[in-house]
Design a protein around this ligand. Structure first.
Ligand code: ADE
Length: 235
């Protein structure tokens, strides 16, 4: 998958792209991620990309022109089929299901806003998919873009080692994940549940299903009745 991130702060991404799964996915050729500096598409003096809002009010608004120029440049450079995504608190909520859908696209162009957001004509003229990572306001779209990148790239087939680990993770079955333990069997007075040391795989599987159900009911009742693992598998 080809992913282009259009941002005023490309250096913010170095750490996230240079470690762990995102690093490996790029090394293995499953994700080609490039950073595009919006300022490079400014036609203004001093490479300005923002201006005060018409009608007054606080902050600055990102000009439509450099955004259109950047997207049109990318479209002409082999990204004709990429899905355009704009990160904004006013977008549709990023969920595991949406991440799974985005992971099947040939490419993504992520638009990161800053300040008071983009001139509305970016949305009107480019019709991006507007995505929010939650009901809180960050300083810009960069951290949301990193969250989206991370969650989407790990769903690209072959990026994670085992399909099993994907299937059992929180949300992929519409439920939270069951608790995990590793050695030692007892730590500071807290013992690993006997069933996990029993070697009885059927009992272990049943215990895990019950734990996942119970956790979901207690912590995220809003998820109950979500997709079951067998429904998710066909995605
Ligand atoms: N930009 C600022 N806050 C955001 C959020 N919660 N989600 C996506 N983009 C944002």
């Amino acid at each position: 998958m080809i992913i282009d991130v259009v941002t005023l702060f490309p250096s913010m991404f170095a750490g996230v792209l240079g470690e762990s799964i995102l690093k490996r996915a790029q090394e293995q050729g499953q994700a080609r991620i490039s950073l595009v500096n919006l300022r490079d598409f400014s036609r203004e003096k001093h490479k300005k990309v923002d201006a005060p809002p018409y009608g007054g009010g606080p902050g600055m608004v990102i000009l439509a022109e450099p955004v259109f120029e950047a997207v049109e440049h990318l479209r002409r450079s082999g990204r004709a089929d990429s899905t355009l995504v704009l990160l904004t608190p006013g977008g549709v909520r990023l969920t595991q299901a949406l991440a799974g859908e985005l992971a099947r696209r040939p490419g993504l162009i992520l638009l990161c806003g800053h300040y008071e957001g983009f001139d509305e004509r970016v949305s009107l003229g480019l019709s991006p998919l507007e995505v929010s990572i939650g009901d809180y306001v960050l300083t810009g779209g960069e951290i949301p873009a990193m969250a989206l990148l991370d969650t989407v790239v790990r769903l690209i087939p072959g990026v994670l080692g085992s399909a099993e680990s994907l299937l059992q993770e929180s949300f992929s079955g519409g439920q939270l994940e069951y608790p995990q333990y590793t050695r030692p069997p007892e730590f500071r007075g807290m013992a690993v549940p006997d069933v996990l040391l029993s070697g009885d795989h059927e009992r272990i599987a049943r215990w895990r299903r019950e734990q996942a159900r119970e956790r979901t009911r207690a912590r995220r009742p809003d998820l109950e009745g979500g997709a079951r693992p067998d429904e998710m598998r066909s995605q």
